[in-house]
Design a protein around this ligand. Sequence first.
Ligand SMILES: [Fe+2]
Ligand SMILES: [Fe+2]
Length: 173
Amino acid sequence: MGESPTRSRERLVAILQLAYSGELAAAHAYRGHAASVADASERERIRVIEEEEWHHRRLVGEMLAKLGRGPRRSRELRAAVVGRTLSLGCRVSGWFLPMYAAGKLESRNIREYENAARLAREAGLDELVDCLLTMAEVEWEHELYFRTKAAGHGFSRWLRLWPEPPPKRSIRA
Ligand SMILES: [Fe+2]
Ligand SMILES: [Fe+2]
């Protein structure tokens, strides 16, 4: 509120640049994560999540292009390193930690796309709002999956889970 549309637009661009690179890191990490789990249904679900992150990255890239902007090179580089490191890390860290880390990260992604949707509306870019909210909803599903997995593991008694996001219907509210 109270902010000029130009300011909202700049803040939106900054969030989209972060999200664009964040999706790259996530997609790399999930590739390693999927390869590291022994259970076939878990591997398949994580593989689909990886595809959804690549899809988000394409959508966010298109939004940036429409706004006449592009990714930040330093962020892209960092994301590629972080993503590949996490991908390798999944092979040695055991089952629980990647599930936990993924869930925590996804809960942040929900808020990131909700904020982006709010800024898009404030910037008068109404045509972006629905797509951003849909991405928030997909991240909500990702969070639920990893939360459920982590919560079902004995370690979650020792390591408290991140705060549960509000219900999915609240994303559009
Ligand atoms: Fe995503
Ligand atoms: Fe996600």
